[in-house]
Write a protein that binds this ligand. Sequence first.
Ligand SMILES: Cc1ncc(COP(=O)(O)O)c(C=O)c1O
Length: 456
Amino acid sequence: MTTPPVDSTPDVQPDTELLARRKAVLGPYSPTFYTTPLELVSGEGVWLTDVDGKTYLDGYNNVPHVGHANPVVADAMNEQLRTLNLHTRYLNNRVVDYAEKLLSTFEDRLDRVFFTNSGSEANELALRVARQHTGNTGILISDFSYHGNTTSLAELTTGIHVAEPIGAHVRPIRIPDVLGADTDEGKLLDTALAEVDAAIASLRAAGYGVSAFLFDSLFSTEGLVVPPAGYVEGVVNRVHAAGGLVIADEVQSGFGRVGTSMWGYQMFDIEPDLVVLGKPMGNGQPIGAAITTQALLEEFGSRNVYFNTFAGSPVSSAAGMAVLQVMEDQDLLRKTAELGDHIAAQLTLITATNPRIKSVRGRGLFFGLEIVHPDDRRTPDPAFTRALVEEMRERGILISRIGRHDNVLKMRPPLVCTREHADLLISTLDAALDAVNEAHLIAADDTSHATERIDV
Ligand SMILES: Cc1ncc(COP(=O)(O)O)c(C=O)c1O
């Protein structure tokens, strides 16, 4: 579908009574997007409909990877739900079929899978595997990132507000950004890798050693930072040389999101030891995974009884299999690469004439625009970025914002997005940029909301 499934209607305030009831039971801290939260009631493909019948192009959500309410996924889940859904202590062909299919999308050496229910759970497990394998506890992490909500992950969370302090065994490192750098790429690379050397030395000196480097291949929470060529490889080599494991968190960058490859880490010349999957895996059905090697699984499995009631259930496996099937049938990887090139070109055109935009970021179907003050392009403008996200919602398109300064527009539609959808998003964005500019919604540089961040 390339046009909204129903006619757009004027914006209406959502049910404030529902919001009050929500706050009464979930508390006021459970985040919602937008100044006035959006109450959505249905979806189809890339379209969402709110309680008042207004439709929105979904330029934000990556969980409905092959589209909202995808009938292939729904039918597969429904059929399995009506047949059998159980924990994993019985044999079931759905689960094994899916594990085989999923593993066939990786290099041969990554031939084992632990199923989980979420990205957090998979990262937690990956850290456990790394600790036990290396005998070390030290962790290298980007200094502005998010990998999940468990206790050990909270202790390495640098990109959103959590009460837990950064663990003594954690060394946050700054991911260098070629798009924002004043120095040349070579110097940037050398300085950044020297920081990694220092972090590893410090972990060793403190007696923690190196257990893992955990990273998101798109550096998305960071604001879709683009490291210099050779940086990721340099970190991985150093971590391996120090005896640590490398965990590629593909919760954001996996399942063809980057277009050029199925997995984001394949953009680099590296061999991760564990690969963590989540969000898009079941098109909304909770399922995650840690993919690893036979040797690491054997080592962990022989030392621990690892049981996970819901993980990789027949229904979740049916959902996961259907996602891979739709991706194949609709050739979504190739289409994502092509559409990504088109979007990059279009966004670059807008950038050329708009002093508000400093850089175009991302690839495949995950894009960012870095928004700055037009009269001082070194200064991020989070207030303008927020206003733009709100304006886009008014105009019927959902996007969000990310980055250290909360000034990078986040555009990450379901993979069934077409060129027509993308063009609608970009032309609306162009108009919204002008409208927000004209409305003089430009506040002074504002970083006070950094701890209110709700998007990762
Ligand atoms: C990169 C990354 N890793 C892990 C997670 C955690 O996944 P989940 O919310 O499924 O636990 C997220 C969630 O936003 C994420 O963005």
